[in-house]
Design a protein around this ligand. Structure first.
Ligand code: ATR
Length: 286
């Protein structure tokens, strides 16, 4: 293959419905960079086998999604400070035989809040979920100087682990876990920002991580990382209660734009990327 042709990719499972290939290929075309971005469906076992093989993955750069953002870390030759903080890596740049790891999800979330003019300093946040996306969201919020982050998760020990991890890193932010629905109800009443990072609502748009009856009456901001043609129940409920709402397209867009800039050294063509993403969402099934 011609050495001037750049090859990028996405690893994860599942990735067949990902809009990242369309978004990045449109950006490469717009800037006339000869190259391609492909999706490779790999679970942890297959991805680890690939990484452990003697030859490194010779892509110029790649993204990682569920469930690979953490398993890649021991294979990185260098990490940016956000990979250290979050414990998750979604972007790798290959330079010769070295892997440089980045976390652009944090920027994606921060930038989507900024675009929606949502302030975080001194605010109280409730984060639903304690997986890889929650790590990026919590890092962004703590760097944005929120006062408190209350974490509610199906599996309590995952919430405890994440709260413990971040309390050590961000001493000025108050981290607590929410143990039950009663506590959730009272924390939601105090919240200025509620973020869903769980996958509840992803496939079944009629299910919500929070029963509507527990949602606060006071106007607040509700952010669902899930995006798509059809609104999630969580966003629908929040809208009907008059809350300000944000959904996940912008986070996907801005994390992708940042990754593109890391790989190419060029400013990402954000308008084209957004247009391609929105077209992809409109054309999605269901
Ligand atoms: P991501 O990288 O998108 O965060 P993840 O690391 O697999 O993906 O995390 C998924 C999150 O959604 C977790 O917080 C998970 O809760 P558990 O820690 O209990 O696994 C949450 N989640 C997934 N399915 C759920 C469900 N049906 N009900 C409640 N929470 C769910």
């Amino acid at each position: 293959m011609n050495e001037d042709i750049k090859v990028f990719g996405l690893f994860g499972f599942p990735v067949s419905h990902s809009l990242s290939p369309a978004m990045h290929n449109a950006a490469l075309r717009a800037l006339q960079i000869p190259g391609i971005y492909l999706a490779f469906e790999r679970d942890s076992k297959h991805f680890l086998r690939l990484l452990k093989s003697k030859k490194k993955i010779i892509l110029d750069g790649f993204n990682l999604t569920v469930p690979l953002k953490e398993v890649v870390i021991p294979f990185l030759d260098k990490k940016d400070s956000l990979v250290e903080l979050t414990g998750a890596c979604n972007t790798v740049k290959r330079v010769k035989n070295s892997y440089l790891g980045f976390n652009t999800d944090v920027f994606g979330f921060t930038e989507s809040l900024r675009q929606a003019r949502i302030k975080t300093a001194k605010r109280n946040a409730v984060v639903l979920g304690a997986g890889g996306s929650a790590r990026a969201v919590i890092t962004s919020l703590a760097l944005g100087k929120v006062s408190s982050i209350m974490i509610f998760n199906r599996t309590k020990k995952n919430a405890e682990a994440i709260a413990g991890h971040f309390q050590k890193k961000f001493k000025r932010t108050k981290f607590r876990i929410i143990h039950n629905l009663n506590e959730l109800c009272s924390e939601l009443k105090n919240a200025d920002l509620i973020v869903n990072t769980t996958s509840v609502g992803l496939k079944d748009r009629s299910s919500s991580p929070v029963p509507k009856s527990l949602m606060p009456k006071r106007r607040t901001t509700v952010f669902d990382l899930i995006y798509g043609k059809k609104e999630t129940r969580f966003i629908r409920d929040a809208k009907s209660l008059g809350h300000r709402i944000v959904s996940g397209e912008d986070m996907l867009l801005y994390q992708g734009a940042k990754a593109f800039e890391i790989w190419t050294g060029k400013k990402a063509p954000i308008t084209i990327m957004r247009k391609t993403l929105m077209e992809g969402i409109r054309n999605q099934n269901g």
